[in-house]
Design a protein around this ligand. Structure first.
Ligand SMILES: *Cc1c(COP(=O)(O)O)cnc(C)c1O
Length: 392
């Protein structure tokens, strides 16, 4: 008999009832250090007092009104995002997938309005993840995601990640946009080197193609800058954000330059929930903290501490770990035994990590994790590594 919850997930038998900072608790009091953050979502950990306050204060006043009316909380969050990024304008969604939908529509509408109706092609890369809608699975294009789901939405060209020659040959006056994650998350924490992002920007400038960055996982302070592309000193035309932006409240956004957004006039796109007062009040509270330079400097310091410890771990356990990769507090350990074995051993030692493609385990701790908690997490990961090493 089919379970009452549609069985599309392989769930671990863990049952958390409470969260506090970087810790998760089961009903029997067993505690876990959370280096998964609900997949890069809980950027300020669990039950952050400022977020709880923003949520409860807004909840007592007004939850939802619809985008038929003015929403000051949405305006304030948009203003904050515009002030802290390349963007001139923002559309709010409830998820990364919906941000992907709009990014694709926006790029195509841009060229349509320029009189180039056929300029619809969007270039994407192997190992990409952009969500689970029909457009998002077509964008990623992997067999695993599209198989069985009927006609695949057209207009996407898939290139091998890191194949510069193929990229140079593919981006042309026919290309509407290039869409890429500065750091691939699901794909196994693969970082696009700064010079590649700079080269891609130059290639887009030469051909006029729009550059869409998917910062759903790597954005909102994750890499130690508010947005990952800042490290390369370039700006996109369109950017997708979600996960961390709501700190746990379902919220996403598309940020765009005035030029790239020029086709999106009244009536061309919409969302019932997107940008509602409750979500935007929380998003604003997240931005107030995460966009502060002092906070980001702390993220970079903690990232340095974690990376150094993990380098030591990889060196000490060459039989378990192949390499450490990633940026800031978005780190991946490529494993020698199955990554799922490591993830399980980590559960057993009381630390949460997240598997990714390419046999990687992801470490995506809250951005405000303390030094002591990092040290404790390292002990627990070391215990897990020893257990796995003994088994093999
Ligand atoms: C998670 C993710 C998405 C999809 O976001 P949802 O909120 O799950 O719809 C898109 N792109 C990237 C890079 C992601 O990590």
């Amino acid at each position: 008999m089919i379970p009452s919850v549609l069985p599309t997930y392989n769930r671990a038998p863990l049952n958390f009832v409470k969260g506090e900072g970087s810790w998760l608790f089961e009903a029997d009091g067993r505690r876990f250090l959370d280096l998964g953050s609900g997949i890069a979502v809980n950027v300020l950990g669990h039950a952050h007092p400022k977020l709880t306050e923003a949520l409860t204060e807004q909840a007592q006043k007004l939850w939802h009104v619809s985008n038929l009316y003015e929403i000051p909380q949405q305006q304030a969050l948009a203003d904050a995002l515009v002030a802290h990024s390349f963007a001139d304008t923002v559309f709010f969604t409830n998820s990364g997938t919906e941000a992907c939908e709009l990014a694709v529509k926006m790029a195509r509408k841009y060229w349509y309005d320029k009189g180039q109706q056929d300029r619809t092609e969007i270039i994407t890369f192997s190992g990409a993840f952009h969500g689970r809608s029909t457009a998002a699975i077509a964008a990623a294009g992997s067999e695993k995601m599209i198989k069985g789901f009927g006609p695949v939405l057209g207009g996407f060209t898939h290139l091998d990640w890191g194949d510069h020659d193929a990229l140079k040959a593919a981006v042309s006056e026919k290309t509407a946009a290039v869409m890429i994650e500065p750091v691939q998350g699901e794909g196994g924490i693969r970082t696009l080197p700064d010079q590649c992002l700079q080269g891609l920007r130059a290639l887009c400038d030469e051909t006029g193609a729009l550059l869409i960055l998917d910062e759903v996982q790597c954005g909102v302070g994750r890499t130690g800058k508010l947005f990952a592309h800042e490290w390369a000193g370039i700006t996109p035309d369109i950017m997708m954000v979600a996960k961390g932006i709501g700190g746990g409240f379902p919220l996403g956004a598309v940020l765009a330059s005035e030029e790239a957004a020029s086709g999106m006039t009244a009536g061309t796109h919409g969302s019932t929930y997107g940008g509602n007062p409750l979500g935007c009040a929380v998003g604003r509270a997240v931005m107030d903290i995460v966009a502060e330079e002092g906070f980001l400097a702390d993220v970079r310091r903690r990232a340095g501490q974690l990376r150094q410890s993990l380098d030591g771990l990889v060196a000490a356990h060459p039989d378990v770990f192949e390499e450490l990769r990633g940026a800031g507090l978005m780190l991946g350990l490529k494993c020698k035994p199955a990554n799922t074995e490591l993830v399980q051993a980590c559960y057993d030692s009381g630390v949460i990590t997240v598997p990714a493609a390419d046999n990687v385990i992801r470490l995506l701790p809250p951005l405000n994790i303390t030094e002591e908690d990092i040290a404790e997490a390292m002990k627990r990961i070391e215990t897990a590594a020893l257990t796995v090493a003994q088994k093999d």
